[in-house]
Design a binder for this molecule. Sequence first.
Ligand code: CP
Ligand code: NVA
Length: 303
Amino acid sequence: MAIKHFLQLSDFTLDEFEYVIERAHLIKRKFKQYEPYHPLMDRTLVMVFEKNSTRTRLSFEAGMHQLGGAAIYLNTRDSQLGRGEPVEDAGQVMSRMCDIIMVRTFGQDIIERFAAYSRVPVINGLTNEHHPCQILADIFTFIEHRGAIAGKTVAWIGDANNMLYSWLQAAQIFCFHVNVSTPKGYDINPALVAADNTHYTLFANPADACNGAHLVNTDVWTSMGYEEENAARVKAFDGWIVDSAKMARARPDALFMHCLPAHRGEEVAADVIDGPQSVVWDEAENRLHVQKALLEYLVLGRL
Ligand code: CP
Ligand code: NVA
């Protein structure tokens, strides 16, 4: 049987997402009721980190433990990956010793090469091009607060980064629209968007992109791996802060999301991220619940 990986959102059908989301609701309920649920007893997750993390590591490690399994943390610094062991070899070896693997790395090509040599499912825990687990959590959070996301408008204000490319894939799968505003010189790379994706509109003015939005979303101006561009980005992104004036252009009941970590006063004003429309803490917590459902699905299939 072909192994199912989760390297980008387009690896799953809407039907599969609906299943995983339904399981995530159930698994979250069990967690809240302190009801033990151990479908992954004796299973092992290996987590490979080539970039920093708080939420992704914690949610996968705690999640695997809560499902009855174990999680092992490896990073570039103290594994042989840091000394040049090919990812193809690492994929072969790790997948012979464990049941599922999560990788956070740089280029999408690296995780694809890793997965091609893995005997077990591989999950993308963030690459330069995609952050599918985060968008799955964001959609779950939206559904919890506002119901179905189909037909809704999401405003993306900021960098054309991994988060945005995953939002654009999600828009096509879940049938919603993304209003995108990125500063000049930091536009979408068309090679990273499906040619038939009609689910987004580009706006030169970030405030205009917020008009009528059900959800306003932003992220850091400088993603991991691009640190040397930081000074130039701070200049170019001037005016792209999500502040109360931009939130006022969205629907009165619009939500604000940010995958975190955030920089108050840079991409988002403190009164927005800490204000009543912000759901960033639910969004962060939901990484745990959706990823537990994802782990269950990838290891055990439909139950
Ligand atoms: N949002 C997110 O992926 O956070 P970490 O970088 O802390 O894992
Ligand atoms: N776009 C950010 C997300 C961090 C969770 C980055 O890649 O650094």
